[in-house]
Design a protein around this ligand. Structure first.
Ligand SMILES: *Cc1c(COP(=O)(O)O)cnc(C)c1O
Length: 292
């Protein structure tokens, strides 16, 4: 399925983080596509393939009003020629978020359901049909992890891979795809997501794998931010020209920088940070908060 061009991804050194004998690089998945950005493509691709193989004509998925997953599905379906519906958590807002506007412009039919119904993943009657195919929220599932395992980087060049975790599907895929010598570290962007490790484990091929998940850099919780985080994003951009999003990748970069400062990595470590995209999320910040 030719929806994105994976050749647009680059691996770049990050001198800003290359301190204390560490060599840090970034995998720029954010360059993949302006809307289907970053890890979302990898988590989606096998679901879309299966939907096509099963001759389904409509994709249904779930997400919040600012969800990177929702816009990615909307745009991927537009390109691939699927109809699609997004089941959105909560009441229909008077003004749509930039995310919902884009999703709707891509042709996604939006269906707002109560938080209670959303929790139970109830599909409204009018959306049910034999021709529809359901992609789980955030692409979390076996096919999502299978796709994340194909995130392309040079396995001989890096011994430590760091990424942000929401549902944990990406980190599970990276673990499934790594070599025995490599270590994958996930930084959770949710507060008190105590079930995360167990959820990740459901997607692991090797169930006895040791997990390395860090819960210290959520900045107050999912999609929460502080002045300190915003300042960090601007400093990072000034120094490296790498734009980050405040929901996921800024917390990853900030956390990794702290881990380096605190000497959590051995000198000589070849570190790869996964820039998983998500820059559209910054549109929900006030104008001029960021210098990029
Ligand atoms: C969705 C998302 C993640 C989290 O991926 P999971 O597989 O849900 O852990 C990380 N970064 C960005 C930019 C995302 O959009």
């Amino acid at each position: 399925m030719n929806i994105v061009d994976e050749n647009l991804i680059t691996t770049d050194p990050v001198p800003y983080l290359s301190k204390n004998g560490i060599q840090a690089s970034v995998l720029r998945l954010d360059k993949l596509h302006p809307i289907i950005s970053g890890n979302k493509w990898f988590k989606l691709k096998y679901y879309l393939k299966e939907a096509e193989e099963q001759n389904r004509h409509t994709i249904i998925t779930f997400g919040g009003a600012y969800s990177n997953h929702i816009v990615a599905v909307a745009e991927a379906c537009r390109i691939a020629g699927f109809k699609c519906s997004g089941i959105i958590r909560g009441e229909e807002p008077e003004t749509y978020s930039p995310t919902l506007k884009t999703a709707s412009q891509c042709g996604m039919q939006l269906k707002f359901i109560t938080r209670g119904a959303y929790k139970q993943k109830i599909i409204p009657e009018e959306l049910k049909s034999d021709g529809s195919y359901i992609i789980p929220e955030g692409g979390f599932g076996e096919l999502g992890a299978l796709g994340a395992a194909t995130i392309p980087y040079d396995k001989n060049k890096f011994d430590t891979i760091c990424c942000a975790c929401g549902t944990g599907a990406m980190v599970a895929g990276l673990i499934n795809g790594k070599t025995q010598k490599q270590k994958v570290i996930g930084l959770s962007v949710l507060k008190n997501h105590t079930g995360l490790e167990a959820e990740i484990r459901t997607l692991l091929i090797n169930k006895s794998e040791t997990l390395h998940i860090i819960h210290d850099f959520h900045f107050g919780g999912y999609a929460k931010q502080t002045q300190e985080l915003i300042k960090f994003m601007n400093d990072l951009y000034r120094d490296t020209k790498i734009p980050t999003d405040f929901v996921y990748t800024a917390k990853l970069f900030y956390g990794v920088r702290q881990l380096i400062i605190q000497n959590n990595f051995k000198p000589g470590t070849k570190l790869l940070l996964i820039h998983s995209g998500g820059l559209q999320g910054n549109l929900s910040l006030q104008k001029r908060t960021l210098i990029f």
